[in-house]
Design a protein around this ligand. Sequence first.
Ligand code: CU
Length: 269
Amino acid sequence: MAVTGFRRQMRRSVLLLAVALVALASIGVASAQIGTPKPITDEARKIEDLWIFTLAIAAVVFVAVEGALVYALIRFRKRNDELPAQTHGSTVLEFVWTGIPVLIVIALFTYSFIVLRDVENTAAAEDMTIEVQGFQFQWQFTYQMNDLGVNADPSASGEISVIGTAADEPTLVIPIDEPIEFRLLSNDVIHSFYIRDFLYKLDVVPGRDNRFVITARETGEYFGQCAELCGLNHALMRFKLKVVTRDEFDLWVAEQTGGTGDSAVRRAD
Ligand SMILES: [Cu+2]
């Protein structure tokens, strides 16, 4: 009688598990994308590799631990009232289950450290720096005319400044295949500069000079937003990122300055 009850319970558990797995798979299919968004910068690709590496280790650990658990539950389930043979201590096992986690931690620490060092690399003097000013509730992007990357003219003066408004999201234009430094500034509250396809975000903190460098490898239009709840209209702090070729970028610069190389401050279009 007890055995039949156990079987029925097992069957019900397996059925429940199957339903749960189908539901989980449906969520995956419905959300249409599994894993990270397609990384568009060198740094994002490194971050994605680290994520895959970590996930692979986690998957192996999950399968091994759950496998051992399910095996032990079935193989050693109580069959009668007799006490099974008792085993105490195993030096080999102690070494194995201490050694493997230590190795995993060392591998994850080393790889993470290498990726973090690359991602938080500082800019070279010749790299273009774009000043990103976060404010309640939009962004301002400022380019110095004498600091426009590979074609920079050190004697040029003035700047290009793009200011977003609540109604018009600003567009941040950057050239492909060049290291670009973002300098993040705020004079009100903490914001967070987030472009999903960078797989990276950094807080914009009053009084702090936070910087990061990326090299974009895909042209196209992407979306950015503030990722730190910074007040009532935080949701309006959205912007666009446009990655273009060097020629298109130079053309854009000429358009902003009317071809004169003078300062240009304008509202976002
Ligand atoms: Cu915000």
